[in-house]
Design a protein. Structure first.
Length: 314
């Protein structure tokens, strides 16, 4: 008989998901363009992790080939975050959060190939079930925001790709070390992309200018309170909560983000009822999937730090 899950573990999971939901809100409140916003977030997390001796020990014990592989995944992580916050800047937090809910549909197609696991028809069917919702979402946003929908969908695709690659490299290193390596590599890539991204409206911006007090304070909250803190809490909760229970909870992330956007940013005034009907269809498919899909263990918990709540548990 399974031992009951402590109430503290359930609370930790939901606090984590709420904090992940806040990342979209902070992305809207921070006035920096997407590139410097993501660059500072990644840099602050890496600097914090660099203070931990265990990270350096794990890095030293990791073969060079595996370090390069994780660095490549980190490049995809940085592009995911760049497109996620780009979607927020081009549209709003509600649109970006809804688009990330599309990642299970992409994962159903991509993960069997990249992670070398059997194809699951049920996962694909649930992914396809989101398509009517996507059509309603696109039709329910102002024309000026539709570029944000496209960029947000690309962000969801990147979640599926790097999440699948991380699962393929399971047991490759300690979670904190892998996170530091991936985000460090992502920071380097964004530094190299900065001259090109300056030409893209809403994305480019100087990396050499220190953020103002307002943006700097919110960046610290984003990096420490909404990235490292939920990472640590989720790792503790995973000792007691099943992958199935974690998935049901993490599916609430877009719900939290949209509700917070309505309460704090008043975004419901920008969007139509058609948009929210589309959101409901997408979330219904996302919530239903764990009820019917194969229950697999959490095999790579460092995804918690690099893709918000998405892709953590299947």
């Amino acid at each position: 008989m399974n031992a009951p899950v402590p109430a503290k573990a359930h609370l930790q999971v939901h606090v984590c998901v709420l904090l992940w939901g806040f990342t979209a809100i902070l992305g809207k409140l921070i006035t920096l363009p997407a590139l410097p916003l993501v660059w500072w977030r990644m840099l602050l997390v890496v600097l914090a992790l660099a203070l931990l001796p265990a990270v350096w020990r794990g890095l030293g014990a990791m073969p060079a080939r595996r370090r390069w592989a994780y660095a490549g995944i980190g490049a995809l992580v940085s592009l995911h975050w760049l497109t996620f916050y780009g979607a927020i800047k081009l549209a709003n937090a509600s649109v970006a959060a809804t688009c990330i809910a599309l990642s299970p549909a992409f994962t159903a197609l991509i993960e069997p190939w990249l992670a070398r696991r059997p194809f699951d028809l049920r996962e694909l069917l649930f992914g396809l079930a989101t398509l009517p919702g996507v059509a309603l979402v696109v039709g329910g946003v102002p024309h000026a925001m539709r570029a944000g929908v496209a960029v947000g969908a690309l962000s969801a695709l990147l979640v599926a790709v790097f999440g699948s690659l991380n699962k393929r490299m399971v047991e490759g290193g300690q979670p904190l070390t892998v996170t530091a390596l991936e985000l460090g590599a992502g920071t380097v890539l964004l530094t190299a992309l900065a001259p090109l991204m300056a030409l893209v409206p809403g994305f480019g911006g100087s990396l050499l200018v220190m953020p103002g007090l307002h943006d700097g304070a919110l960046l610290l909250v984003l990096a420490l309170a909404c990235t490292l803190l939920p990472f640590a809490m989720a790792l503790a909760a995973l000792r007691h909560v099943s992958a199935y229970g974690m998935q049901l909870a993490t599916n609430l992330e877009p719900v939290y983000a949209i509700v917070l956007a309505m309460l704090l940013l008043g975004e419901q005034r920008q969007l139509t009822g058609q948009f929210y009907l589309g959101v409901a269809i997408i979330l219904l498919a996302v919530f239903a999937q764990p009820l019917f899909a194969r229950r697999r263990p959490v095999v790579h918990p460092e995804l918690l730090a690099t893709s918000e709540a998405k892709g953590v548990a299947d």
